[in-house]
Every structure is written in structure tokens, then in C-alpha cells.
Design a protein around this ligand. Structure first.
Ligand code: HEM
Length: 355
């Protein structure tokens, strides 16, 4: 008998959100072959806010304008009502536009709305200057209820949304089989999470430079992160050889052809350190027609299966010596828990490509 058989495992679903008789979903299965963890949020948190605020510049665009825009966002983010967690990332999209993304997280909708409604934030976002300074802007906001999202960490270290949590769980039961992601979402105990409808693109106040995307119920978001800050040079070389090529290929597929399988938008970006330099971290951020489309891609599409196989090869070489850590957070939201606005962005930006 392996020593892993004696590990104490807990449900990914926090005690106060468990429904008698429905959780845990997988009580009699074999213990998972490796440990993973979830973030434990305070019982007082009912809803979180993830606002992805982006700035976009065309290849020959004015870099000074991009920098000025980023400085303005930094100032707004540091207001007292600003987010509890912020990270910044950069990438170049499929149309060669440079994209700078601020991920801004709050643990209540009211706190987010308070920030948005402040004179400085509202004045900046609504200003005509946003439409004329040669830069594109987007605001993509997700406000999932506490029982409609899940987090999943390869190691018990806080990353991304987990930074809003009180604690990290012990080793969880619901992972290492396809379908486990759904089982970690508390609402899946009583809700099919089936998505309904199609998004549409409209102009805001008849202003051709500002577009809104009207979302539908139960669209889904995943942020899938990779952090190799603590890896040494040998491990980084292995990551670049074994995992990165399949990750880049999978991200390329979702960005360029994702629509055919229900992936509305995908970005693959690199995190920035506080001093603005490139960090040894990246994340893929994608929006899906629904949880089922994401599940299907993960469990059966060769692009994710290749990433998955690469991860197994990597772990078989390094085992517990591996310092790479991966995570993801997945949320399913009602239409009125999402907001998408694009100012002066190129037509393939985010959900605009659905027009
Ligand atoms: C270095 C990059 C990646 C690695 C090493 C990786 C590896 C894995 C592993 C090992 C699992 C199973 C986890 C478990 O249940 O214990 C998994 C599941 C999953 N991955 Fe990835 N993955 C990566 C990137 C991505 C990306 C970029 C996405 C989406 C954009 C993604 C989507 C998913 C989903 C949705 C599942 C859950 C499937 C389910 O439980 O039904 N992965 N991945």
C-alpha cells in the first residue's frame, strides 16, 4: 500500500456551502495520485469581483500614450477604494497589438462599485480623451457569487484570486479526473450550470468608439497561471523545453481558432514585477460559452492533452523537487454579473470578435 493512501483529504467545497447528501461528489474513489489545494474564503464573502482593465496599442502606435495611460491606471488603482489585489501583465495579441492588462480584484461588489463611481475613476473612464488618445481600452468585469467559482492550486501558495482568501485548504479530494473542476464549484451540487443564449455587440450611447458586449447567462472564465519564480536554471530549461511549447501551441489554438469550440476569447500574457520588469510568471485568460465547452476542451482536445502529457513528463523527471507551480480559477456567471466595454479597440479584441 502506498503512503499516499493515508493522507487526510478534504472536500474542495467549504463546509458552509456543502449540501447534505450531495457533497463530496467523489467519496469512494481512489485517493488522487498527487496533492492539490483550494483557497478558503471568509464566510462573509458572498461575491468577488475580477476586473481586467486593458490598454492596447497598435504596432506603430505612440508608445508615450500607452505609458501615460498605464500611469493613469496605476494612480486610480492606488486610491483608497482601489482593489485588494492587483497584478499587471503584458502580451502581444494575434493582431500584433501590445496589450497591458491590470487584474483588479475586490471581495465585494459594493467596494468595486464604490471605486468605479469615484469622480477620478469615472471621470477618467468616461472622458472623451479615452476615445482620442490613440490607445485602445477595455474593461472586462466578472462578479461571480461565492458558490459559482473555484480555485485550484498545485501547491499551497496564494496566487491571483487566492490572495483574497483567508487560508489555503488541506489536500482536496476532487481532482485528478476529468470533471473534477465542476465538482469543486459549490453550485454544481444543485445547478447544471448550462449556459443559455449568445452574446451580442452594441454601441454605448450610439458612440461608435465605445462598444458594449451584452453577455449571456452562465458564460465562464478561466485564468490558468504558471509561476516558475522559484525554479533554478536547470528547471527553467526543462520548463522551456517540455511544457512551454505545448502551452504556447494550446494558447495559440484558443486565441486563433477557439470560437469553433466555444472559446470566445483567449489571451496569453506574462506578469510584470512591481518594478515593471518581466516576472517568471504567465497566465492564460479565456472566456467561454459555458463550463461544458471548457470541460470538453480540457478533457479531449489534443492541445490541452499535450499540455497535460508535458506536465506528467515534467513531474516524472522532477517529482517533489519541482518548483514550478500552476493554478487556475474558474467562474460561471449570470449575465448581470459580467460587464464588457471596449473603447477604440481593434475588432478582434476580447469579445468584440463576436460582432
Ligand atoms: C502549464 C500549463 C498547464 C498545465 C501544467 C496543466 C495541467 C493540468 C492538470 C495536471 C490538470 C488536472 C488537474 C487535477 O485535477 O489534478 C488540468 C486540468 C485542467 N486544465 Fe490544465 N494545464 C495547463 C494549462 C491549462 C490552460 C491554459 C487551461 C485553460 C485555458 C487549462 C484548463 C484546464 C481545465 C479546465 C482543467 C480541469 C478539467 C476538469 O477537471 O474537468 N489548463 N490541467
Amino acid at each position: 500500500m502506498s503512503t499516499t493512501d493515508h493522507r487526510e483529504l478534504e472536500s474542495a467545497i467549504p463546509e458552509h456551502l456543502r449540501k447534505p447528501g450531495l457533497c463530496p461528489f467523489r467519496s469512494s474513489a481512489e485517493p488522487p495520485p498527487y496533492p492539490t489545494y483550494v483557497a478558503r474564503f471568509s464566510k462573509d464573502i458572498n461575491q468577488v469581483v475580477m476586473c481586467y482593465l486593458g490598454i492596447q496599442l497598435r504596432p506603430e502606435g505612440n508608445r508615450k500614450a500607452l505609458k501615460a495611460a498605464a500611469i493613469s491606471v496605476e494612480e486610480l488603482v492606488s486610491l483608497a477604494s482601489g482593489p485588494l489585489y492587483v497584478d499587471q501583465a503584458k502580451g502581444v495579441d494575434g493582431d500584433e497589438y501590445e496589450t497591458h492588462i491590470f487584474a483588479l480584484f475586490w471581495d465585494s461588489v459594493m467596494a468595486y462599485q464604490h471605486w468605479c463611481a469615484s469622480d477620478l475613476v469615472q471621470g477618467w473612464w468616461e472622458s472623451n480623451q479615452r476615445e482620442e488618445d490613440g490607445v485602445g481600452y477595455f474593461k472586462e468585469v466578472f462578479m461571480p457569487k461565492i458558490d459559482f467559482f473555484e480555485t485550484h492550486y498545485a501547491t499551497p501558495e496564494f496566487q491571483s484570486l487566492g490572495n483574497l482568501a483567508d487560508a489555503m485548504s488541506g489536500e482536496i479530494k476532487e481532482h485528478a479526473y476529468w470533471g473534477a473542476m465542476r465538482h469543486r464549484i459549490p453550485a454544481a451540487q444543485y445547478d447544471s450550470l448550462a449556459s443559455v443564449g449568445l452574446p451580442s455587440v452594441v454601441s454605448k450611447h450610439d458612440n461608435a468608439k465605445r462598444k458594449l458586449v451584452v453577455p449571456h447567462d452562465y458564460m465562464c472564465l478561466i485564468r490558468s497561471g504558471q509561476n516558475w519564480e522559484n525554479a533554478d536554471q536547470t528547471e527553467i530549461a526543462l520548463y522551456q523545453k517540455v511544457i512551454l511549447p505545448s502551452l504556447v501551441q494550446g494558447m495559440g489554438y484558443l486565441s486563433e481558432q477557439g470560437l469553433e469550440i466555444g472559446c470566445y476569447s483567449n489571451r496569453f500574457v506574462t506578469l510584470l514585477c512591481e518594478d515593471g520588469y518581466i516576472a517568471r510568471q504567465s497566465y492564460g485568460l479565456s472566456y467561454w460559452s459555458g463550463l461544458d465547452a471548457l470541460e470538453k476542451w480540457a478533457s479531449s482536445h489534443q492541445t490541452h492533452l499535450k499540455i497535460f502529457a508535458a506536465a506528467q513528463e515534467y513531474m516524472s523527471k522532477l517529482g517533489s523537487e519541482a518548483r514550478l507551480t500552476t493554478y487556475h480559477e474558474v467562474a460561471v456567471m449570470a449575465a448581470d454579473e459580467q460587464y464588457f466595454e471596449y473603447i477604440n479597440c481593434h475588432p478582434s479584441t476580447g469579445l468584440l470578435q463576436l460582432a
